[in-house]
Design a protein around this ligand. Structure first.
Ligand code: ADP
Ligand code: MG
Length: 317
């Protein structure tokens, strides 16, 4: 099987149709219809074996996670994902691996109505680069720079589970069901596309928590030229993190990456509308602090003291 047969067998057939794809896989470039009044959002993420996933993971999970990580960047702009391209570098042509990979890709794309529109296939150390394209009504994309002093800071879900899953071996006794829950958090994160409409109406700035809450919130602070004052007892720590690593639970929630929840800021006057829309949608987000004129990250401890907080998180270099 050569490169072209590989593309035809595993990728050309897997994608489901979207009427806005004029030309997809098989041409030199994809041709897409962007509706009038909408803006195109484009974002790329690479996943490298040994860094973002282990080579012995089921290829289904590798593909699934790669898609979700990319979709999370579209969620963080309060937009809807549409089209994905895939640049795949493979160490060898392993049919069974490719079957599992394309199955994971297919289910991830179907779940969010995203079409695979092209890509590139090369030989080398295993790595997956995806470019996701999304759409948003003109002027409604949310940037990191939009926060104002006294805006409330929210997170969209519990934190720390993926970071705990990375260190499973360090926990001697663990219930099998709990282990499974943690691995699912790591391998099958769910990007918060469900919040897009609500955030467009209520939020002033958004970021996805891929590198850790403190590091990612710090990006909102820097882009908005503000600081953040967090209330540590209000940070939603994943219950399994508390169960197995009580003494480090808050650190994992603040600094552990790979959660793919959103951190966003909300002007005070929009907060009632936010809570109303969340309740109607059956969703829950957690208020964890306030944006502040004083630059930097600060935290209020359980004893009510204010202390500086390091913006620690994952960094490749
Ligand atoms: P070119 O030689 O013009 O770069 P390729 O031979 O790399 O084209 O690719 C042929 C077609 O298959 C193109 O439409 C390309 O977008 C698509 N393609 C290549 N690799 C992949 C992949 N891994 N997933 C999806 N589509 C792919
Ligand atoms: Mg090529």
């Amino acid at each position: 099987m050569n490169e072209f047969a590989l593309i035809d067998t595993f990728f050309k057939t897997l994608t489901h149709e979207r009427s806005d794809v004029v030309l997809g896989i098989g041409d030199d470039a994809a041709c897409l219809n962007v509706p009038i009044g909408q803006q195109l959002l484009v974002s790329t993420d690479t996943l490298v074996a040994g860094v973002h996933f282990l080579e012995d993971w089921d290829a289904y999970d590798i593909a699934y996670k790669a898609v979700m990580v990319n979709l999370s960047d579209i969620a963080a702009m309060a937009a809807k994902p549409c089209w994905l391209s895939l640049a795949l570098t493979l160490p060898k042509l392993d049919r069974n691996w490719l079957i599992r990979f394309s199955q994971g890709l297919k289910s991830a794309l179907k779940q969010f109505d995203v079409a695979l529109i092209g890509g590139d296939t090369t030989h080398g150390p295993l790595s997956i680069t995806m470019t996701i394209h999304g759409l948003v009504a003109e002027g409604h994309a949310l940037a990191r720079s939009g926060a104002k002093a006294n805006d409330k800071i929210y997170v969209s879900g519990c934190l720390g589970a993926a970071a705990l899953a990375v260190n499973l071996e360090s926990i001697p006794i663990m219930d099998d069901a709990d282990k499974q829950t943690l691995m699912t958090a790591l391998q099958h994160p769910q990007p918060r596309i469900d919040l897009a409409d609500i955030l467009q109406r209520c939020a002033s700035a958004v970021i996805d928590i891929s590198d850790g809450l403190s590091a990612d919130l710090n990006h909102i602070c820097e882009a908005s030229q503000l600081g953040a004052y967090l209330s540590l007892p209000d940070i939603p720590v994943h219950p399994l993190v508390t169960k197995y690593l009580q003494e480090k639970a808050l650190d994992l929630a603040l600094q552990g990456g790979d959660d793919y929840e959103l951190c966003f800021t909300v002007p005070l006057e929009k907060e009632p509308q936010l809570l109303d829309l969340l309740a109607k949608a059956g969703l829950r987000c957690y208020q964890i602090g306030l944006m502040d004129k004083e630059l930097g990250l600060y935290a209020k401890t359980e004893q009510g003291e204010k202390r500086a907080l390091a913006a620690r998180g994952y960094s490749h270099f």
